[in-house]
Design a protein around this ligand. Sequence first.
Ligand code: 0O2
Length: 210
Amino acid sequence: MADDLSLLRDLERRLLVYKFAIEELMTKLRILSEEFDSVHRHDPIEHITNRVKKPEGILEKLRRKGLPLDVDAIGEVLDDIAGVRVICPFVSDVYRVSAMLARQHDVEILRTKDYIAVPKPNGYRSLHLIVRIPVFLSDRVEHVKVEVQLRTIAMDFWATLEHKLFYKYDDSPPADFVDELMSSAMIAAQLDERMESLHRRIHQDEARQP
Ligand code: 0O2
């Protein structure tokens, strides 16, 4: 227990650099959002949330996965200590924001998981990027990993409610529950397609206007 307390304290100190990495990424995303809106009269970002994983959550995950309880190595073993979630109006915006981030020289894309192209078996859709960005401290530069989840409003609606509902089940939920979740995910995907098509038509009409 005493060991846990000192581990949690060390973790707390270690997490500061992840807060800085999130702040840097938030600034980058806000700039992209405002600049794109001003040039193209369309903001590809609806809103952004972020979180640094709590020390207790990190400890629990390390234990659950049988990973070493080494505070200095947590950045090597966990990719989601810092998390940023970008909610976009349309699916095309998800890929647009991801491409704009990838073009920045100080943003290194370490891994991409495209759960939009290939949704998870339960229907979960989102684009996940593990990025690494430099954080300039008083005496050194740290290269810090951040998990960026990009999704549409419809994908976020589904994922938020699925998370709430699923939490009640320690094991797998009943089969009819699974089917219902999957079919709601398909409805959300159809909604995304229809809204995307309206968006495309409106922009084509605007481009044709003298
Ligand atoms: P929280 O509370 O959001 O942080 P990992 O388990 O992270 O080591 P994995 O499985 O490769 O590695 O990660 P993946 O698939 O990239 O998913 C990580 C995060 O994506 C999750 O974090 C969720 O935020 C989100 N996610 C993935 N699958 C689902 C899903 O089926 N439903 C919902 N609602 N969200 C999902 P955490 O840590 O699980 O949760």
